[in-house]
Design a binder for this molecule. Structure first.
Ligand code: 13P
Length: 252
């Protein structure tokens, strides 16, 4: 049985006090959702310790949105994986399309970040996904395959057992345009096949999340698909009620 995961990527939103309120709202309503769903919230770095405090006593886990490629040292403005782990993070989002697109993150950088994550017992949520041009040219399978081969294929079997993949088509992020449930299933099944080519049967255990304009109205249909194990949620994770309602997309 694969883990069911609903993870909130808050991106660069909320002031610290607002983030704490949001986390408290998720904690307060968590009981309405099946305990089979693993909730993760990923606030900005600045909020991590306060949000960790707000999550105390609940089963909601904490993640960061990024980490440095180096362990420590003279890297002004960077935040090390060891630092976020020390604040209580269990997860770190790596390779989000916004990092790839706006901050030039390449597979070479992401390989180093993955190493840092594992060295600090963090589970990476590794994001893959094509842009609109690539989708329209029918290249989406090749794009996600390369993103997996260049990074995930470098993991050891042991590391692979602690990995979450998020498929996020860039054309669906923040656009209100969601992939259809069938489109999500098609590419999730393909991703699992690519993973199986390297890691064999362990690929059947790897959670693959869908991300891109996922909301209460469409989550249940997408999550019902065999190879969709949950969601990585942006905008709708900023309202506790919506985030929880997405979790309800998993039937008890
Ligand atoms: P939206 O849910 O706002 O489309 O964002 C998706 C995303 O990028 C999550 O990482």
């Amino acid at each position: 049985m694969r883990k069911k995961i609903v993870a909130g990527n808050w991106k660069m939103n909320t002031l610290p006090a607002e983030g704490v309120e949001l986390a408290k709202g998720v904690v307060a309503g968590r009981g309405e959702v099946c305990s089979c769903v693993n909730f993760i919230v990923c606030p900005p770095f600045t909020h991590l310790s306060m949000v960790a405090e707000a999550l105390k006593g609940s089963d909601i886990e904490l993640g960061a949105q990024n980490c440095a490629a180096e362990a420590k040292g003279a890297y002004t403005g960077e935040v090390a994986a060891s630092m976020i782990a020390a604040l209580g993070c269990k997860y770190v989002i790596l390779g989000h399309s916004e990092r790839r697109q706006y901050y030039g993150e390449t597979s070479a950088t992401l390989n180093k970040k993955m190493e840092q994550a594992y060295a600090n017992n963090l589970t990476p949520i590794y994001c893959v996904g094509e842009n609109l041009e690539e989708r329209e040219a029918g290249k989406h399978f090749d794009v996600v395959k390369a993103q997996i081969e260049e990074v995930v294929y470098n993991l050891t079997e042991e590391q692979f057992k602690n990995l979450v993949i998020a498929y996020e088509p860039v054309w669906a992020i923040g656009t209100g345009k969601t992939a259809t449930a069938d489109q999500a299933q098609e590419i999730h099944a393909y991703i699992r096949k690519v993973l199986a080519e390297k890691f064999g049967a362990a690929a059947a255990e790897c959670p693959i999340l869908y991300g891109g304009s996922c909301k209460p109205a469409n989550a249940a249909e997408i999550f019902a698909k065999e190879d969709v194990d949950g969601g990585l949620i942006g905008g709708a994770a900023l309202k506790a009620a919506d985030f929880l309602a997405i979790g309800k997309g998993f039937q008890k």
